[in-house]
Design a binder for this molecule. Sequence first.
Ligand code: ZN
Length: 295
Amino acid sequence: MRSAMPAEAPLLGAIEAGGTKFVLGAGTGADAIVDQVQIPTRDPETTLAETIAFFRRHPGLAAIGIGSFGPLERNRDAAKWGHILATPKPGWSDCDLAGAIARALGVPIGFDTDVNAAALAEARLGAARDAKVSVYVTIGTGIGGGVMADGRIVGGSGHPELGHMRPRRGPDDADFAGHCPFHGDCLEGLASGPAIIARWGQSLSHLAPDHEAHGLIAGYLAEMCNSLRAALAPDAIVLGGGVMGTPGLFERIVAQAAARDGGYFALSAERVIRRPALAPISGLAGAFLLAADLL
Ligand code: ZN
């Protein structure tokens, strides 16, 4: 008896390239990973050498997808396609991430941001499968988001920078200037993990459940959700990332978004705002899809 699985399913590579770690996978898809490792993100030379060594152990790869930290050039027509752009991360500015891997391994490369990859995966396979328009936002070391519309990743010459929108702040919430070096009190400057630690000295999950931080952070993220609802009419907003692991935060965001929306939007906050279905591998799953889409 032959297996029902198609024997010709191509072997794919996937890279979730993060600021602190690279997750590498090989398999025919996120549901059929045959090998997966995690390596620390060091300088580009060391990190890329380890990455290439991993994939050399899997001959016959048909394509590799990369979902990477940014900023990066995702436009295939651009001279710098596949490069990391100006980043404070030492050594990584102008790194030709996609090109280095393509040259070493001789396979086609799909390349996009880590959050666009996660948005793609949640839209095709996860929490936003029923959505025509969906947004994935990660709230962690930074805040970043990807937008999907009718099966496609939305972006012009660049990629969305949802984390740098400014939420409305309450009148009694003016004593923290914010942690973003570019904007001060943008979302990332107020509600990312480092911003929370800069303001209160501990991560949100370590602050007592009755600490004011919980309500304030939920409020900023509720403002973000309502701005996205107003701008894009999404069917789903999927909230992932380390900060979202804080007990009760998801429920507080939904409640505050509903309380602040004035009943105006067609779809309720309760229906639109969702937890990821593919965490913690939303990004890696998306990288597999970026690879598969090349074939
Ligand atoms: Zn900012």
